[in-house]
Design a protein around this ligand. Sequence first.
Ligand code: 48F
Length: 261
Amino acid sequence: MAIENVISRAIVQNFSTKFQENLIVDAAIVGGGPSGLVAAKYLADAGFRAAVFERKLAPGGGTWGGGMLFNEVVVQQDALGILDDFKIDYAEINDAPGYYTLDSVEMASGLIFGAMKAGAKIFNSVSVEDIVFKDRQVAGLVINWTPVERLAMHVDPLTVMAAAVLDGTGHPSEIMQLAINKAGVKLDTETGGILGEKPMWADKGEVSTVANTLEYYPGLFASGMAANNVRGGYRMGPIFGGMLMSGKKAAGLIAAKLSKP
Ligand code: 48F
Protein backbone atom coordinates (compact mmCIF):
# COMPACT_ATOMS: atom_id res chain seq x y z
CA MET A 1 0.00 0.00 0.00
CA ALA A 2 1.31 3.46 -0.83
CA ILE A 3 2.51 5.42 2.20
CA GLU A 4 -0.04 8.10 1.30
CA ASN A 5 -2.80 5.49 1.83
CA VAL A 6 -1.25 4.22 5.03
CA ILE A 7 -1.28 7.74 6.47
CA SER A 8 -4.82 8.53 5.41
CA ARG A 9 -6.22 5.18 6.51
CA ALA A 10 -4.53 5.36 9.93
CA ILE A 11 -5.91 8.83 10.57
CA VAL A 12 -9.44 8.00 9.46
CA GLN A 13 -9.52 4.70 11.37
CA ASN A 14 -8.06 6.06 14.59
CA PHE A 15 -10.24 9.14 14.59
CA SER A 16 -13.32 7.01 13.93
CA THR A 17 -12.48 4.69 16.83
CA LYS A 18 -11.85 7.63 19.16
CA PHE A 19 -15.04 9.37 18.10
CA GLN A 20 -17.18 6.23 18.42
CA GLU A 21 -15.79 5.56 21.89
CA ASN A 22 -16.93 9.03 22.91
CA LEU A 23 -20.42 9.10 21.43
CA ILE A 24 -21.64 8.08 24.89
CA VAL A 25 -19.67 9.62 27.75
CA ASP A 26 -20.02 10.13 31.47
CA ALA A 27 -19.18 13.83 31.21
CA ALA A 28 -19.36 16.00 28.11
CA ILE A 29 -17.42 19.19 28.72
CA VAL A 30 -18.17 22.13 26.48
CA GLY A 31 -15.16 24.40 26.15
CA GLY A 32 -11.49 23.65 26.58
CA GLY A 33 -10.72 26.67 28.74
CA PRO A 34 -8.91 26.28 32.06
CA SER A 35 -11.97 25.23 34.07
CA GLY A 36 -13.07 22.67 31.47
CA LEU A 37 -9.61 21.16 31.11
CA VAL A 38 -9.13 20.86 34.86
CA ALA A 39 -12.55 19.24 35.22
CA ALA A 40 -11.66 16.81 32.41
CA LYS A 41 -8.42 15.74 34.09
CA TYR A 42 -9.92 15.07 37.51
CA LEU A 43 -12.91 13.23 36.05
CA ALA A 44 -10.61 11.07 33.95
CA ASP A 45 -8.35 10.48 36.96
CA ALA A 46 -11.42 9.24 38.83
CA GLY A 47 -12.14 6.74 36.07
CA PHE A 48 -14.95 8.57 34.26
CA ARG A 49 -15.11 8.88 30.48
CA ALA A 50 -14.72 12.60 29.91
CA ALA A 51 -14.64 14.36 26.55
CA VAL A 52 -14.02 18.04 25.86
CA PHE A 53 -15.60 19.69 22.82
CA GLU A 54 -13.77 22.86 21.85
CA ARG A 55 -14.86 25.25 19.13
CA LYS A 56 -11.40 26.55 18.33
CA LEU A 57 -8.51 24.70 16.70
CA ALA A 58 -6.39 25.20 19.82
CA PRO A 59 -7.92 24.36 23.21
CA GLY A 60 -6.84 26.52 26.14
CA GLY A 61 -9.50 29.24 25.98
CA GLY A 62 -8.46 32.52 27.54
CA THR A 63 -5.22 31.23 29.00
CA TRP A 64 -2.80 31.71 26.11
CA GLY A 65 -2.75 35.49 26.01
CA GLY A 66 -2.05 36.20 29.70
CA GLY A 67 -2.99 39.79 30.49
CA MET A 68 -3.31 42.02 27.45
CA LEU A 69 -1.03 39.64 25.50
CA PHE A 70 1.74 39.83 28.13
CA ASN A 71 1.99 36.05 28.37
CA GLU A 72 2.07 35.70 32.15
CA VAL A 73 -0.81 34.99 34.53
CA VAL A 74 -1.26 35.05 38.30
CA VAL A 75 -2.58 32.37 40.64
CA GLN A 76 -3.08 32.40 44.37
CA GLN A 77 -1.83 29.94 46.97
CA ASP A 78 -5.06 27.92 47.17
CA ALA A 79 -4.69 26.73 43.58
CA LEU A 80 -1.06 25.61 43.73
CA GLY A 81 -1.98 21.96 44.37
CA ILE A 82 -3.77 21.88 41.02
CA LEU A 83 -0.75 23.34 39.21
CA ASP A 84 1.38 20.71 40.96
CA ASP A 85 -0.94 17.94 39.77
CA PHE A 86 -0.40 19.21 36.20
CA LYS A 87 3.37 19.73 36.80
CA ILE A 88 3.11 23.42 35.84
CA ASP A 89 5.78 25.71 37.33
CA TYR A 90 5.19 29.00 39.15
CA ALA A 91 7.13 31.55 41.21
CA GLU A 92 6.01 33.65 44.15
CA ILE A 93 5.65 37.39 43.56
CA ASN A 94 8.27 39.14 45.73
CA ASP A 95 6.12 41.78 47.35
CA ALA A 96 2.81 39.86 47.31
CA PRO A 97 3.12 36.71 49.43
CA GLY A 98 0.54 34.10 48.53
CA TYR A 99 0.37 35.18 44.87
CA TYR A 100 2.37 33.53 42.12
CA THR A 101 3.13 34.18 38.45
CA LEU A 102 3.45 31.62 35.71
CA ASP A 103 3.92 31.55 31.96
CA SER A 104 0.53 31.50 30.25
CA VAL A 105 1.78 29.32 27.39
CA GLU A 106 3.07 26.75 29.89
CA MET A 107 -0.26 26.88 31.66
CA ALA A 108 -2.34 26.43 28.50
CA SER A 109 -0.19 23.63 27.11
CA GLY A 110 0.19 22.01 30.55
CA LEU A 111 -3.56 21.91 31.14
CA ILE A 112 -4.21 20.41 27.71
CA PHE A 113 -1.43 17.82 28.10
CA GLY A 114 -2.46 16.95 31.66
CA ALA A 115 -6.10 16.44 30.75
CA MET A 116 -5.15 14.17 27.86
CA LYS A 117 -2.57 12.20 29.82
CA ALA A 118 -5.22 11.51 32.46
CA GLY A 119 -7.32 9.91 29.72
CA ALA A 120 -9.75 12.66 28.74
CA LYS A 121 -10.32 13.13 25.02
CA ILE A 122 -10.40 16.54 23.35
CA PHE A 123 -12.34 17.13 20.14
CA ASN A 124 -11.13 20.43 18.76
CA SER A 125 -12.73 22.51 16.00
CA VAL A 126 -16.06 21.10 17.19
CA SER A 127 -18.85 23.49 18.14
CA VAL A 128 -21.75 22.58 20.38
CA GLU A 129 -24.83 24.02 18.72
CA ASP A 130 -27.61 22.49 20.82
CA ILE A 131 -28.41 20.12 23.68
CA VAL A 132 -30.22 16.80 23.77
CA PHE A 133 -33.08 17.21 26.24
CA LYS A 134 -35.05 14.11 27.28
CA ASP A 135 -37.39 13.38 30.18
CA ARG A 136 -36.69 16.79 31.75
CA GLN A 137 -32.97 16.11 31.81
CA VAL A 138 -30.06 17.44 29.80
CA ALA A 139 -28.94 14.21 28.16
CA GLY A 140 -26.27 15.19 25.65
CA LEU A 141 -24.87 17.57 23.07
CA VAL A 142 -25.52 18.37 19.44
CA ILE A 143 -22.22 18.98 17.68
CA ASN A 144 -20.89 20.06 14.33
CA TRP A 145 -17.54 21.09 12.86
CA THR A 146 -16.69 24.71 13.57
CA PRO A 147 -16.04 25.46 9.87
CA VAL A 148 -19.58 24.24 9.13
CA GLU A 149 -20.87 26.60 11.81
CA ARG A 150 -18.70 29.52 10.65
CA LEU A 151 -19.65 29.13 6.99
CA ALA A 152 -23.31 28.61 7.95
CA MET A 153 -23.36 25.48 5.80
CA HIS A 154 -26.65 23.62 5.80
CA VAL A 155 -25.27 20.38 7.28
CA ASP A 156 -27.04 18.35 9.94
CA PRO A 157 -25.13 17.75 13.16
CA LEU A 158 -24.34 14.60 15.16
CA THR A 159 -24.98 13.92 18.85
CA VAL A 160 -23.05 12.86 21.92
CA MET A 161 -25.02 11.41 24.84
CA ALA A 162 -23.78 12.24 28.32
CA ALA A 163 -24.80 11.56 31.90
CA ALA A 164 -23.53 15.04 32.78
CA VAL A 165 -22.91 18.15 30.67
CA LEU A 166 -20.55 20.87 31.87
CA ASP A 167 -20.92 24.38 30.47
CA GLY A 168 -17.32 25.62 30.40
CA THR A 169 -17.94 28.04 27.55
CA GLY A 170 -16.65 31.11 29.39
CA HIS A 171 -18.33 34.51 29.46
CA PRO A 172 -21.38 33.74 27.25
CA SER A 173 -22.58 30.55 29.11
CA GLU A 174 -23.69 29.21 25.74
CA ILE A 175 -25.07 25.91 26.96
CA MET A 176 -27.12 27.48 29.74
CA GLN A 177 -28.50 29.95 27.21
CA LEU A 178 -29.43 27.09 24.88
CA ALA A 179 -31.15 25.22 27.70
CA ILE A 180 -33.26 28.27 28.51
CA ASN A 181 -34.01 29.25 24.91
CA LYS A 182 -34.65 25.84 23.41
CA ALA A 183 -35.77 23.62 26.30
CA GLY A 184 -37.46 26.36 28.32
CA VAL A 185 -35.78 25.21 31.52
CA LYS A 186 -35.58 27.23 34.71
CA LEU A 187 -32.07 27.22 36.10
CA ASP A 188 -31.36 27.00 39.81
CA THR A 189 -30.86 30.80 40.13
CA GLU A 190 -32.89 33.58 41.78
CA THR A 191 -34.85 34.25 38.59
CA GLY A 192 -34.54 30.90 36.88
CA GLY A 193 -32.58 32.66 34.16
CA ILE A 194 -29.03 33.94 33.66
CA LEU A 195 -28.27 36.78 36.08
CA GLY A 196 -25.37 38.17 34.03
CA GLU A 197 -21.72 38.78 34.77
CA LYS A 198 -20.79 41.79 36.92
CA PRO A 199 -17.81 44.13 36.27
CA MET A 200 -14.31 43.46 37.51
CA TRP A 201 -13.66 42.94 41.21
CA ALA A 202 -10.82 40.44 41.20
CA ASP A 203 -10.90 39.04 44.73
CA LYS A 204 -14.70 38.74 44.82
CA GLY A 205 -14.70 37.23 41.33
CA GLU A 206 -12.21 34.59 42.37
CA VAL A 207 -14.42 33.49 45.24
CA SER A 208 -17.67 33.64 43.26
CA THR A 209 -16.21 31.59 40.39
CA VAL A 210 -15.87 28.65 42.73
CA ALA A 211 -19.09 29.32 44.68
CA ASN A 212 -21.09 29.56 41.43
CA THR A 213 -19.78 26.24 40.12
CA LEU A 214 -22.96 24.21 40.56
CA GLU A 215 -25.48 21.88 38.97
CA TYR A 216 -28.04 24.37 37.61
CA TYR A 217 -30.46 21.89 36.15
CA PRO A 218 -30.55 18.08 36.28
CA GLY A 219 -27.55 16.93 34.28
CA LEU A 220 -26.29 20.46 33.55
CA PHE A 221 -23.37 21.99 35.44
CA ALA A 222 -21.42 25.24 34.92
CA SER A 223 -17.80 26.12 35.64
CA GLY A 224 -15.49 29.11 35.24
CA MET A 225 -16.79 32.33 33.76
CA ALA A 226 -19.88 30.52 32.51
CA ALA A 227 -20.81 29.88 36.15
CA ASN A 228 -20.15 33.50 37.07
CA ASN A 229 -22.33 34.71 34.22
CA VAL A 230 -25.18 32.42 35.23
CA ARG A 231 -25.21 33.47 38.85
CA GLY A 232 -24.12 37.11 38.59
CA GLY A 233 -20.48 36.87 39.72
CA TYR A 234 -17.74 39.45 39.20
CA ARG A 235 -15.05 39.14 36.54
CA MET A 236 -11.44 38.99 37.64
CA GLY A 237 -9.03 39.38 34.71
CA PRO A 238 -5.80 37.38 34.41
CA ILE A 239 -5.79 35.69 37.81
CA PHE A 240 -6.64 32.03 37.26
CA GLY A 241 -6.76 30.26 40.63
CA GLY A 242 -10.56 30.50 40.72
CA MET A 243 -10.84 28.96 37.23
CA LEU A 244 -8.65 26.03 38.22
CA MET A 245 -10.49 25.46 41.50
CA SER A 246 -13.83 25.78 39.72
CA GLY A 247 -12.81 22.99 37.33
CA LYS A 248 -11.80 20.77 40.23
CA LYS A 249 -15.05 21.51 42.06
CA ALA A 250 -17.08 20.75 38.91
CA ALA A 251 -15.31 17.40 38.57
CA GLY A 252 -16.15 16.60 42.20
CA LEU A 253 -19.82 17.53 41.80
CA ILE A 254 -20.16 15.48 38.62
CA ALA A 255 -18.29 12.52 40.08
CA ALA A 256 -20.51 12.58 43.18
CA LYS A 257 -23.67 12.68 41.06
CA LEU A 258 -22.54 9.91 38.74
CA SER A 259 -21.41 7.73 41.61
CA LYS A 260 -24.84 7.75 43.27
CA PRO A 261 -26.54 4.35 42.94
O1 48F B 1 -13.32 31.43 28.34
P1 48F B 1 -12.55 30.22 28.64
O2 48F B 1 -11.09 30.33 28.85
O3 48F B 1 -13.27 29.44 29.87
P2 48F B 1 -13.10 29.44 31.45
O4 48F B 1 -12.62 28.10 31.85
O5 48F B 1 -11.91 30.46 31.75
C1 48F B 1 -12.07 31.85 31.67
C2 48F B 1 -10.71 32.50 31.54
O6 48F B 1 -10.00 32.01 30.45
C3 48F B 1 -10.77 34.01 31.40
C4 48F B 1 -11.10 34.70 32.63
C5 48F B 1 -10.13 34.66 33.75
O7 48F B 1 -10.05 35.94 34.16
O8 48F B 1 -12.09 35.31 32.72
O9 48F B 1 -11.71 34.36 30.38
O10 48F B 1 -14.34 29.98 32.03
O11 48F B 1 -12.76 29.12 27.50
C6 48F B 1 -14.02 28.77 27.03
C7 48F B 1 -13.83 27.91 25.80
O12 48F B 1 -15.08 27.43 25.38
C8 48F B 1 -15.10 27.41 23.96
C9 48F B 1 -14.30 28.65 23.56
O13 48F B 1 -13.80 28.54 22.25
C10 48F B 1 -13.22 28.67 24.62
O14 48F B 1 -12.04 28.01 24.20
N1 48F B 1 -16.50 27.44 23.55
C11 48F B 1 -17.41 28.44 23.76
N2 48F B 1 -18.60 28.10 23.27
C12 48F B 1 -18.46 26.87 22.72
C13 48F B 1 -17.13 26.44 22.90
C14 48F B 1 -19.35 25.97 22.02
N3 48F B 1 -20.64 26.30 21.80
N4 48F B 1 -18.85 24.80 21.59
C15 48F B 1 -17.57 24.46 21.80
N5 48F B 1 -16.69 25.26 22.46
